[in-house]
Design a protein around this ligand. Structure first.
Ligand code: GDP
Ligand code: MG
Length: 454
C-alpha cells in the first residue's frame, strides 16, 4: 500500500454522441465482445463500466508496445441514455476524465453531437472525436483491425478524397463551435487541437489509433489529477437505481476514489434527503463466457477505485441517480452535509434580470445556462425539477419582454402549469420553450427574439 510510487487511478471515459451513430458498437469493439447483437431494440440497457487493462490495449498494435504508459487501463462507461452524462458528476464537475464523441462519418454532426461538445466544453472535459462507420464509405476496402493509416493507404483515389472531405466537414463544423481540430495523425499539439480518428466498430479499423489518442490525453494532462489515493474511504457516483430479482433495489455505482467494502456504512442522496445505510453485498457482472450461470453476479468483499460496482443495501429504492455515494469514515455529519451541498450546488452565473430555466439534472441545467450566457442571454433563475405553476407566474412578472421567458430542458411541465400556460393572459405574456436538445431550445429562442425585434 502507498509507497513511493503514487497510485495512478484508472481514467474514466464516457462515450457521447447522436443516437445510432455507434456508441455501443464502438464500446463493444473496444472490449471485444458483442453485447449489441443481444440488446433489445439496440438500446443500451445495461450500464456497464468496462475496465480495459493497459496490457490489452498496448498489445493491439506494435506502435503501442513501446509506449511508456503509467495508467493501469481505461474505464469505459456506456451511459444509459443520452443525458446521463450530465447526471454523472463528481466533486462538482463531470465524472468522466475524458470522453469520446462519436459521429457517423457518413452523416456528420447532428444536434445531439453538437450538444455533446457543448456539454464537454462546459465541463472542461478533454475529448477525442471518433468518426465511426468508416467501412460505410462507398468503395472502402477493409482490412480487419488495421490501423487507420495503413488501411487508408490501400484505398483508391476516389475513396481517399471522400474520406478527406468527410473529415473536413467535421473539422468545419467543430470550427463553427469554436474548436480547432485535425485528423489525429496531423495533430502536432494535442493541447490546441482536437483529434479526429476515423474508425469502424465493425472492422476494427482505427480502434488502436483511438485508444492511443486516449492514452496520450490521459498521460499528458491528467497524471497529477489521477494520482489519487485508492486506500481511503470510497467516493462514487450513482449511475442508476435498478430493481434486481431477489435483491430488491440496487444501485450501480462508479467508484472514482478510495475503497468500498461489504459492511461499510454509506451515505447517499434520496428523494427524502441524505440517508445512510449499510452495504449488504457488492456485485460485479460475471465475465462474458459465464453469462449462462444462474446467479448473474459475482460477489466481492471490496472494490477499489476506479471501478463500476453494483451495491445492494437496505433502503436504496429512493436513491437519486447522479447522487454522490460516500463511505462514512470519521465524520458522518460532515459527509452528509457535503452530499446535500453537492446535490444543490449549481455552478452558473445568474443575473438580476433574465429568463427562467428548468432542467432535469444539475449538469443539464449548467450546460443550458452556460450556453445561454455564451450567447449573452442572461438567466435570472435556474432550477432542477419539473415546470411548476409558480415558475409560470414568476416568469410573467419579468419586466423586459425579451426575458419574459421560461425554458424547460428535458423536464416535464406539471398539469397545473400547463393549464396556466394555455390561459390566454399568460400565453400572451410568457414565452415558453421546451425540448431535449439545448441547441434547439436556443435556436427557437433566438428566432423568436429576432422576429420580435423586427
Ligand atoms: P448507439 O445508439 O450510438 O449506441 O449506436 P449502436 O452502436 O447501437 O449502432 C447503431 C447501428 O449502427 C447498429 O445497427 C450498428 O450495427 C451500426 N454500426 C455501428 N457502428 C458501425 C460501424 O462501424 N460500421 C457499420 N457498418 N455499422 C455500424
Ligand atoms: Mg447504444
Amino acid at each position: 500500500k502507498g509507497g513511493e510510487t503514487p497510485h495512478i487511478r484508472t481514467p474514466i471515459v464516457c462515450v457521447l454522441g447522436h443516437v445510432d451513430h455507434g456508441k455501443t458498437s464502438l464500446l463493444d469493439r473496444i472490449r471485444g465482445s458483442s453485447v449489441v447483437s443481444g440488446e433489445a431494440g439496440a438500446i443500451t440497457q445495461h450500464i456497464g463500466a468496462t475496465i480495459v487493462p493497459i496490457d490489452s490495449i498496448t498489445s493491439m498494435s506494435g506502435a503501442m508496445k513501446n509506449l511508456n504508459v503509467s495508467i493501469p487501463g481505461l474505464l469505459f462507461i456506456d451511459t444509459p441514455g443520452h443525458h446521463a452524462f450530465t447526471t454523472l458528476r463528481a466533486r462538482g464537475g463531470a465524472l468522466a476524465d475524458m470522453a469520446i464523441v462519436v459521429v457517423d462519418i457518413t452523416e456528420g454532426f447532428q444536434p445531439q453531437t453538437i450538444e455533446a461538445i457543448q456539454i464537454l466544453r462546459n465541463c472542461k472535459t478533454p475529448f477525442v472525436v471518433a468518426a465511426t462507420k468508416l467501412d460505410r464509405i462507398p468503395g472502402w476496402r477493409k482490412t480487419e483491425k488495421s490501423p487507420f493509416l495503413k488501411s487508408f493507404a490501400g484505398q483508391n483515389e476516389r475513396v481517399i478524397l471522400l474520406v478527406e472531405t468527410k473529415v473536413y466537414d467535421i473539422v468545419a463544423t467543430l470550427a463553427e463551435h469554436g474548436f480547432s481540430s485535425e485528423r489525429f495523425d496531423r495533430v502536432t499539439d494535442f493541447a490546441r487541437n482536437l483529434a479526429i480518428v476515423p474508425v469502424s466498430a465493425h472492422t476494427g479499423e482505427g480502434i488502436s489509433d483511438l485508444l492511443m489518442v486516449l492514452i496520450g490525453l490521459s498521460q499528458r494532462y491528467m497524471e497529477e489529477s489521477l494520482a489519487l489515493t485508492v486506500d481511503g474511504p470510497g467516493s462514487g457516483t450513482v449511475l442508476e437505481v435498478k430493481e434486481e430479482k431477489g435483491l430488491g433495489a440496487t444501485i450501480d455505482v462508479i467508484l472514482f476514489d478510495g475503497t468500498i467494502c461489504v459492511g461499510d456504512e454509506i451515505a447517499i442522496a434520496t428523494t427524502t434527503g441524505v440517508q445512510t445505510t449499510k452495504v449488504r453485498s457488492l456485485l460485479q457482472p460475471r465475465p462474458m463466457k459465464e453469462i449462462l450461470i444462474e446467479d448473474r453476479f459475482l460477489r466481492v468483499k471490496e472494490v477499489a477505485a476506479a471501478a463500476g460496482v453494483k451495491v445492494s443495501a437496505p433502503g436504496l429504492d429512493q436513491v437519486i441517480a447522479g447522487s454522490p455515494i460516500k463511505v462514512i469514515g470519521d465524520d458522518p455529519e460532515e459527509i452528509k452535509t457535503s452530499i446535500a451541498r453537492e446535490m444543490t450546488e449549481i455552478n452558473v452565473t445568474l443575473s438580476p434580470e433574465g429568463l427562467i430555466i428548468k432542467a432535469d439534472t444539475i449538469g443539464a441545467l449548467e450546460a443550458l445556462c452556460k450556453e445561454l450566457t455564451a450567447h449573452e442571454i442572461p438567466v435570472m433563475r435556474a432550477e432542477v425539477g419539473q415546470v411548476s405553476r409558480h415558475d409560470v407566474i414568476e416568469a410573467e412578472t419579468i419586466k423586459n419582454p425579451l426575458y419574459r421567458v421560461l425554458m424547460a430542458f428535458n423536464t416535464p411541465v406539471l398539469p397545473d402549469a400547463q393549464d396556466l400556460l394555455h390561459e390566454p393572459s399568460y400565453a400572451e405574456m410568457v414565452q415558453f420553450f421546451t425540448g431535449n436538445v439545448i441547441y434547439h431550445i436556443l435556436e427557437d429562442y433566438l428566432e423568436w427574439r429576432n422576429n420580435l425585434k423586427r
